[in-house]
Design a protein around this ligand. Structure first.
Ligand SMILES: Cc1ncc(COP(=O)(O)O)c(C=O)c1O
Length: 476
């Protein structure tokens, strides 16, 4: 193998075509395959542990090994019967876009090194800004995902509202808020006692009167309330906090309003989502994850802020070794707008898939997520021994098996067992969560390739497994 790390034209082609063939096969055959396969550690140690090879091997043989031992052991979050956590339904155009971005090795941190890609990112961010109803002056950037988007938005809040000083400052959010918010705040220097986790109301939304009471109490105690984090679609149930009322309240109280729409903000792409997310345009900062409900492969999250200039004010530093990047008026260096200097061309996949499929396809694809959760809800309601805990909302429905005669603890155990059995079964994947102390099953149905039959069969399978488990308990 040459020390220039080059392949011949023929070898590049052979490898590239084989990779494309594998991916086409993956997209075509996935619905007929099990959703998940997990190997145990000793097996994978035996298959993959080896000393760093001194001499190279044939690339096609390495690919064979990858297929055999690595890609065969993943949970397919893009599978039409993957309903657990938050699916990532992906699409082939974006996969090819990622290959192009890697192939051209675009450094999307500065205009000097990537004027074309930077313009694509500006345009794509602007599409999202407009879809979410933020004003023209708003701006943003692509980051790795929702966790980084939340932290970036909160870093801007800390800078604009507190001048970077966290002492005495207090942040408010509901008990349904994603853990990435708490983690981001921790990284930004906030202590646990500066975070008020407010008990959500009976629809799992942020309770504004409880929020008001906490803010008043903190003011009275000489603390500095500065930021409310609201949800545009919680991970647990898809709940949306009362965004218009929160926007009014935060404006009155001069509090920063960050909205975590990592999961749900993409719903603005369809009419139902737009209506539900009324008020989204009034936020100070917003997270939205294209690698969830906008069908992009990992990793791509997005953060938007109400005034684009805040990003530069919060993050810009110009060391002497980067002075050459300062260019002409209008040139944008995305490294000035966030945490990363070196950053890839994440915008390309979203831009290219929107170009190829068009907004109407995305509208229908997002809308289908709402409908499939309703199909799941209806299927659960047809069964005895089951109850819907939270109805279909933003593509998420929660429910549980409740045979008579079991204690609350045993009911929780039974529902957890159902998830374990589904994982072992491999046919479909659902996950559990806990709502007010009860273990519930949760389906998130945002894959546009999920069919009604996929949903019904999964619920039937769950019911069959529950009957088997209950019969086992009786005969024991
Ligand atoms: C509401 C919400 N916020 C934030 C996140 C974190 O996003 P990521 O995993 O992309 O960092 C998630 C992930 O599921 C989420 O559902």
């Amino acid at each position: 193998m040459p020390s220039t790390l080059n392949l011949s034209r023929e070898d590049m082609r052979a490898l590239g075509y084989r990779v494309v063939d594998i991916l086409v096969e993956h997209f075509q055959e996935l619905p007929g395959k099990p959703v998940t396969r997990k190997a145990d550690r000793p097996t994978l140690e035996a298959q993959l542990r080896e000393a760093l090879p001194e001499h190279g091997a044939n690339a096609l043989e390495v690919l064979d090994q990858l297929q055999r031992d690595v890609f065969s052991n993943i949970m397919h979050t893009d599978h039409p019967r993957f309903f657990a956590f938050v699916p990532s339904p992906s699409n082939f155009v974006s996969v090819m876009a990622d290959a192009l971005a890697a192939g051209f090795n675009v450094f999307a941190g500065t205009w000097l090194e990537a004027s074309g890609p930077t313009q694509i990112e500006l345009v794509t961010i602007d599409w999202l800004r407009e879809a979410c109803g933020l004003p023209d002056a708003a701006g943003g950037l692509f980051v790795s995902g929702g966790s980084m988007a939340n932290m970036t938005g909160l870093a801007v809040a800390r800078h604009v509202k507190l001048g970077g000083h966290t002492e005495g400052a207090v942040v408010y959010f509901s008990d349904q808020t994603h853990s990435s918010v708490e983690r981001g705040l921790r990284v930004l220097g906030f202590q646990d006692h500066q975070m008020r986790k407010i008990e959500s109301d009976d629809r799992f939304c942020l309770d504004i009167s409880a929020l008001e009471r906490k803010v008043e109490a903190d003011h009275a105690a000489g603390r500095v309330p500065f930021c409310v984090v609201a949800n545009a679609g919680t991970t647990n149930t898809g709940a949306i906090d009362p965004l218009p009322a929160l926007a009014d309240y935060c404006r009155r109280e001069e509090l920063w309003l960050h909205v975590d729409g990592a999961y749900g903000a993409a719903a603005v792409f369809c009419e139902r989502g737009q209506a539900l997310l009324d008020g989204l345009g009034h936020v100070d900062s917003l997270s939205l994850d294209p690698h969830k409900w906008l069908f992009q492969p990992y990793e791509i999250g997005c953060v938007l802020v109400r005034e684009e200039r805040w990003l530069k004010e919060a993050f810009h530093i110009l060391p002497e070794y980067l002075e050459d990047i300062e260019g002409q008026e209008g040139e944008v260096n995305f490294c000035d707008r966030g945490i990363q200097l070196t950053r890839g061309f994440r915008a390309l996949k979203l831009w290219m898939s929107l170009q190829v499929f068009g907004r109407s396809a995305f509208r229908e694809a997002v809308s289908r997520g709402f409908e499939m959760a309703e199909v799941a809800e209806a299927a659960v309601r047809e069964l005895s021994n089951w109850e819907v805990v939270t109805p279909a909302q933003m593509g998420i429905v929660t429910f549980r098996c409740i045979p008579v005669g079991l204690s609350p603890e045993n009911l929780n155990g039974l529902n957890r067992e159902l998830v374990e059995q589904m994982i072992a079964d491999g046919f479909a994947m659902i996950s559990s969560t806990v709502l007010r102390g009860q273990t519930v099953l949760r389906m998130c149905t945002i894959n546009p390739r999920t069919t009604e039959a996929n949903v019904r069969e999964t619920i039937k399978r769950l019911d069959d497994i529950s009957k088997r488990l209950l019969l086992g308990q009786q005969t024991r």
